[in-house]
Design a protein around this ligand. Structure first.
Ligand code: ARG
Length: 474
């Protein structure tokens, strides 16, 4: 079957007498989603052409015409002049049609030697993911940078630190923002580590057993920027660990985005009023004119469902597959593409939201000591004076109950009241009942003291710079 006889071109028509049923064609087609692999498929084709040339299977002139046609095909795809048709089963079929249209079947038909769609698709998907992983890391770096800029401005801003969503101890608001940066920094480290395992080229594995032609998988791997060629052709066409592992990394980023999103939803609420979102990153209501809604943060939280779902979908597809390639593996791409698209949508919006939010410093500082948040500081003062922590805990507990029943703050009690509650509560214990002192006192490594927050920022800036450099390819 040729391109010119008006019949659809298939890569496997030879042994079939009739054409496929429409229902099969509709089930089998993937070109509507794998078309985005064009640049990667063409890069792999150029590398394969060079290897055929070195093996003596293409002469100099043929190689030159082959590369010229592949380049022209890439240009035509970019310009939208060459498009897949409903007849093209997948991206490989469509691009082979484009090649045959340019070179005729005599030369165009040579490129497929020693190669199968099985090693091609595994190669294309790795190239696509390694490329997009770098874009995702760049977007993550922008979110980290937005969080760090806010953290730098609020290293000294006291905020109510919470456990169980209840006031626990005052913290630096910058410390809390940097906690999110550490989560995203681990996500990036995970991707950089993933990339080492993804940098293995399946090309040369053929359908499953390698090729009897004198090809050079190691040279192809190097040309495509991989650090090695797959050591086992069967594993190379069958495994999708790199895709599943990427989807885990994406799901984990989603989980982190959803936790930040949830906090922002709370912070923007009337009850908290910790932040004011900029108009550009908030939405209104069609009925309530006064509303300003945190849709960006909610969508970040909501889209985590699909990121987690995509991981589950692929793991379920892979489970129980016999070696080697099975058509089930065509189902690997949509979850992967969806996770990439989702992250590239959400990350810039979250970076913008964080970058432009206005922090209500006065409100944070005023509420930092609420809920007897300095009770631990008082108990620890008593410990420093030699009181066993058990007794100190109890004394301060009684103090809290007393304050609650008389609706007073701990700092408002008279000397008399203090000493009546417990003999350890001498008048000077009031000295620790101040928030800046409480923050500054937590000055050991990893603590919330503003000085430690600034140390964290210095260290984080350095590692975020290294992450940005990785994403930029250096
Ligand atoms: N479209 C297929 C996929 O995405 C390409 C490989 C097809 N190979 C095959 N033997 N039918 O997995």
């Amino acid at each position: 079957m040729t391109v010119s006889d008006g019949k659809p071109m298939r890569l496997w028509g030879g042994r079939f007498e009739g054409g496929p049923a429409d229902a099969l064609t509709r089930l089998s087609v993937s070109v509507h989603f794998d078309w985005r692999l064009v640049p990667y498929d063409l890069a792999a084709s150029r590398a394969h052409a060079r290897v055929l040339h070195r093996a003596g299977l293409l002469d100099d002139d043929e190689l030159e015409r082959m590369i010229g046609a592949l380049d022209d095909l890439e240009r035509a795809c970019k310009a939208g002049e060459f498009r897949p048709t409903v007849e093209d089963e997948d991206v490989h079929t469509a691009l082979e049609r484009g090649l045959l249209e340019r070179l005729g079947s005599q030369l165009g038909g040579k490129l497929r030697a020693g190669r199968s769609r099985n090693d091609q698709i595994a190669t294309d998907l790795r190239l696509y993911l390694r490329d997009h992983a770098r874009t995702i890391v760049s977007r993550l770096v922008e979110l980290e940078t937005a969080l760090m800029t806010q953290a730098a401005a609020h290293a000294e801003t006291a905020a109510p630190g919470m456990t169980h969503l209840q006031h626990a101890q005052p913290v630096s608001f910058g410390h809390q923002l940097l906690a999110h940066v550490h989560a995203f920094a681990r996500d990036i480290d995970r991707i950089i580590d993933w990339d080492k395992r993804a940098a293995v080229s399946p090309l040369g594995s053929g359908a499953l057993a390698g090729s009897s032609l004198p090809l050079d998988p190691v040279a192809v791997a190097a040309e495509l920027g991989f650090s090695a060629a797959a050591p086992n052709s069967m594993d190379a066409v069958a495994e999708r660990d790199f895709a599943a592992e990427f989807l885990f990394d994406a799901a984990m980023i989603g989980v982190h985005l959803s936790r930040l999103g949830e906090e922002i939803v709370l912070w923007a609420s009337q009850e908290f009023r910790w932040i004011e979102m900029s108009d550009a990153y908030s939405t209104g209501s069609s009925i309530m004119p006064q509303k300003k809604n945190p849709d960006v943060a909610e969508l970040a939280r909501g889209k985590t469902g699909r990121l987690v779902g995509n991981l589950m979908a692929l793991l379920t597809t892979l489970k129980g597959l016999p070696l080697t390639y099975n058509r089930d593996l065509q189902e690997d791409k949509e979850p992967v593409f969806d996770s990439v698209d989702t992250l590239l949508l959400v990350l810039p919006a979250m970076a913008g939201l964080v970058d432009t939010m206005r922090v209500n410093t006065a409100r944070l500082e005023a509420s930092a000591p609420d809920g007897f948040a300095l009770a631990t500081d008082l108990a620890e003062l008593l410990v420093r004076r030699g009181v066993p922590f058990r007794d100190a805990h109890e004394a301060v507990g009684h103090l809290v109950v007393y304050c609650q029943s008389f609706d007073k703050d701990m700092g408002e009690l008279t000397d008399d009241e203090l000493s009546k509650i417990n003999e350890y509560l001498t008048p000077d214990v009031r000295d620790v009942l101040n928030v800046p002192g409480a923050l500054a006192a937590r000055k050991a490594h990893g603590g919330t003291a503003p000085d430690r927050v600034r140390d964290q920022l210095t260290a984080l800036r350095e590692s975020v710079d290294a992450q940005a450099a990785w994403a930029a390819g250096s």
